[in-house]
Design a protein around this ligand. Structure first.
Ligand SMILES: NC(=O)c1ccc[n+]([C@@H]2O[C@H](COP(=O)([O-])OP(=O)(O)OC[C@H]3O[C@@H](n4cnc5c(N)ncnc54)[C@H](OP(=O)(O)O)[C@@H]3O)[C@@H](O)[C@H]2O)c1
Length: 267
């Protein structure tokens, strides 16, 4: 599903209002071709405006959004339908490349949401179905529930949360991992092993962390930034070549840090 053009996407949480649209427009100018939003981010309109104003051909863009987060009270089928229709409307698109179930709260929730999303894939208006914040057990449950393939699992992943078990599971499942919070929301700047590789290549810790993620099979990453300088910096991750020694030194980091961890979640 992802290729070199879309493997590095733009996370858009908190990119709202005019400055949000401007940042997304700047990202498209820099060369980003994968935009990651969600109903919950309340910025689908801003993303849609940036897409509409851009010279980038729709076919060269990969747009992902998400519905049904645990914070949303209602998870009936009709709610999910309404939410997806609103996403299409707000984005101003008649086709969405990747539609995720954002965060399951229970098995009942998965049973309600996934068949609705599957219907959009079967109707041909959504290209790929994805899930987010699913455990391995949730993935197994979901696969038995629907007929279309689950092409992406979006979870937190970065050098301080390497997701070895999940990646081993996904390798057999033909599902790509999309790494959210790929900079551990800034924590990667504070890790000696990452700083050493950054110094060696004359790049930032952000670039090293992203290049390390992109070196893994079937992993995409969606860093978020409000800064045009950081947009450019992060894009360098597609050019820097980490060698085996660099990758092994990051693989060996033993600190574990999870940014998104609600009390009730059992990872
Ligand atoms: N599915 C889910 O449940 C879920 C959960 C969390 C996140 N996400 C997605 O993942 C995206 C990214 O995750 P995130 O926003 O949690 O964290 P992140 O991308 O790991 O980190 C964002 C932070 O890093 C800073 N930053 C970015 N590039 C930098 C650079 N080159 N140099 C220095 N600082 C830099 C940003 O500040 P500046 O703005 O100053 O650059 C921001 O404070 C989100 O926007 C969202 O799309 C999904």
């Amino acid at each position: 599903m992802f290729d070199r053009r879309t493997q590095l996407g733009l996370g858009t949480y908190s990119l709202t209002g005019e400055s949000g649209t401007d940042t997304v427009a700047a990202a498209l100018d820099v060369g980003y071709r994968h935009l990651d939003t969600a109903r919950l981010y309340e910025n689908e309109r801003e993303i849609g405006e940036a897409i509409a104003d851009s010279d980038v051909d729709r076919d060269n863009l990969f747009v992902a959004t998400k519905v049904a987060h645990f914070e949303e009270p209602e998870k009936t089928e009709s709610y999910v339908h309404r939410a997806v229709e609103q996403s299409f409307d707000r984005l101003g698109l008649d086709r969405i490349d990747l539609l995720y179930h954002h965060w399951p709260q229970s098995r009942d929730d998965i049973e309600t949401v996934l068949p609705v999303l599957e219907g959009y894939v079967e109707d041909g208006v959504v290209d790929h179905l994805g899930v987010s914040n699913y455990t391995i057990a949730d993935m197994e449950f979901a696969r038995d529930l629907i007929d279309v393939s689950i092409d992406a699992l979006q979870v937190e992943m970065h050098p301080l949360l390497q997701q070895d078990d999940l990646r081993a599971f996904l390798a057999d499942a033909d599902t790509q991992l999309v790494a959210y919070s790929p900079l551990a929301q800034g924590e990667v700047f504070d890790v000696d092993a990452i700083s050493a590789v950054a110094k060696k290549h004359g790049v930032s810790e952000a670039v090293v962390s992203l290049a390390w993620l992109l070196s893994k099979d079937d992993v995409a990453a969606i860093p978020r930034t409000n800064s045009v300088d950081h947009l450019r910096d992060n894009f360098e991750a597609l050019s820097v070549a980490l060698d085996d020694e660099d990758i092994e030194s990051i693989d060996a980091i033993e600190r574990t840090h999870r940014c998104e961890d609600p009390d009730w979640m059992r990872w």
